[in-house]
Design a protein around this ligand. Structure first.
Ligand code: AMP
Ligand code: MG
Length: 290
């Protein structure tokens, strides 16, 4: 494994939303835990990506041999926060066969006839996989709250419900890592403007993005309460400053890699006699069968 000690502090400690975490004073342009420069960070990310790739293969092998473990990376963040970039640049460093990607948009007519966790459960990663959620059940306490899609008496109990649901998930062998990418108001404005400046980005823009941006304060408040209520021991939130894309990607890579290192996954032992198998194969090496 390559050197993880380039980090001054464990990003899982410095980015974790613990008691007293204040999202309003949170510096979205910072690089907590990382005091080196961007180029060093980009090189470190590539190295850790190789470690991550091997860990993913171990997890996959475990799943193929009866193991029940899986990993779920939940990505939340407003438009332009960089969720797609994490999928491409972080998840993109491992074998796509080991991933289970899901993105959650406005619920479909069918989804609306079910409990809000129904569509989430259907996309949970099977054993051996790393699931990546681009948005998640947390939209049901974020956009749903900000846009008053259901009354408070309906969304407020969801905090406890989500905590209990994630508890069961973790007890079933899924390691849950929740990442919130937080951009500053100014940076979000620039990223949205870039979508208008560049014809190759027009497809990413929607007028709804401007409407969402106009509710900035309400979203900050919704995120703040979400962190306070759902950053649990079993499924903590990591709040990642997202104005510097290179840092956000580096930090998520490191959080994911360290978490998977802690799973302590070995390679599955052979379920056959290796010596005997080698002898049987050796006997075929002389010439093709007649
Ligand atoms: P995008 O990620 O740009 O494809 O946008 C997806 C949109 O779906 C966002 O505007 C979300 O706010 C919205 N969305 C996701 N989940 C829900 C939900 N449960 N209820 C309402 N809107 C949602
Ligand atoms: Mg969008």
């Amino acid at each position: 494994m390559s050197d993880r000690n380039q980090w001054k502090h464990d990003p899982r400690q410095v980015l974790r939303a613990g008691a007293g975490f204040d999202v309003r004073s949170f510096d979205r342009g910072g690089t907590p835990g990382w005091s080196r420069d961007r180029a060093t960070g980009e090189a470190a990310m590539v190295e850790r990506g190789a470690d991550l790739s091997e860990l993913q293969e171990r997890l996959y092998a475990d799943g193929r041999t009866g193991g029940t473990r899986s990993v779920l990376l939940v990505l939340q963040g407003l438009d332009t926060a960089g969720k797609g970039g994490i999928v491409r640049h972080v998840a993109g460093m491992v074998d796509p066969q080991g991933l289970a990607l899901a993105s959650f948009g406005v619920p479909t007519a069918e989804e609306r006839t079910h409990h809000y966790l129904w569509r989430i459960e259907r996309r949970l990663p099977p054993a051996g996989r790393i699931g990546v959620f681009d948005r998640s059940h947390y939209e049901d306490v974020l956009v749903v709250r900000v846009d008053s899609l259901v009354p408070e008496a309906v969304w407020r109990p969801r905090f406890d419900e989500i905590n209990a649901w994630e508890r069961r998930l973790v007890d079933g062998g899924t390691t849950v890592i929740k990442i919130a990418l937080m951009v500053s108001y100014a940076e979000q404005g620039e990223r949205l403007m870039e979508r208008l400046d560049r014809p190759d980005k027009h497809w990413k823009f929607s007028m709804g993005d401007v409407t969402t941006r106009s509710k900035w304060s309400a979203y900050q408040e919704a995120y703040a309460e979400m962190f306070g209520r759902t950053s649990t021991e079993h499924a903590p939130w990591y709040v990642v400053p997202a104005d510097k894309k290179w840092y956000a990607r580096l930090a998520v890579t490191e959080i994911l890699t360290r978490t998977m290192e802690d799973l302590d996954l070995g390679w599955p032992a052979a379920t056959f006699d290796v010596v005997q198998a080698r002898a049987a194969l050796q006997a075929t090496m002389v010439r093709p069968p007649a």
